[in-house]
Ligand binder design. Structure first.
Ligand SMILES: [Cu+2]
Length: 133
């Protein structure tokens, strides 16, 4: 019962946060458990059309589910919209730890990410852009 109460509180505590910086148009909502801390996390990210996520890697495996729209994902050290794969609504995929990847949208898209934290985003070109989350 206690666990149920805690879970309900976590759901109620979901907050939509506008990310500051030049990529200010992305929005995220996450459970009360922070993804930057140890333990399981779930986060939803809402991207506008034509949003670009520069090449980066994570120290942990991240599982991504496309909730709505289409998410484009590619592998490599540089964002290249000529390479990659279109993942339509309902797609689910796993990005293994330390794999270099990038992403972009062509329409408003919501993705959900989950994994076992702590999660960090490590850009290959630190000048390439602020974190997308
Ligand atoms: Cu990533």
């Amino acid at each position: 019962m206690r666990a149920l109460t805690t879970a309900a509180a976590a759901i109620l505590m979901i907050a939509v946060i506008s990310i500051t910086g030049s990529l200010a148009r992305a929005q995220e909502a996450q459970t009360a458990h922070p993804m930057t801390g140890p333990g399981p996390f779930t986060v939803r990210l809402k991207f506008p059309a034509n949003y670009k996520i520069p090449a980066h890697w994570h120290p942990i495996k991240v599982t991504v589910t496309v909730i709505s729209g289409t998410f484009h994902m590619g592998l490599g050290d540089t964002l290249d919209t000529e390479k990659g794969k279109a993942l339509p609504t309902g797609s689910i995929f796993e990005m293994p730890a330390k794999i270099h990847h990038f992403g972009w949208t062509t329409e408003e898209t919501i993705i959900q990410e989950h994994g076992i934290g702590p999660l960090s985003v490590n850009y290959l070109n630190p000048a390439g852009g602020p974190p997308h989350r």
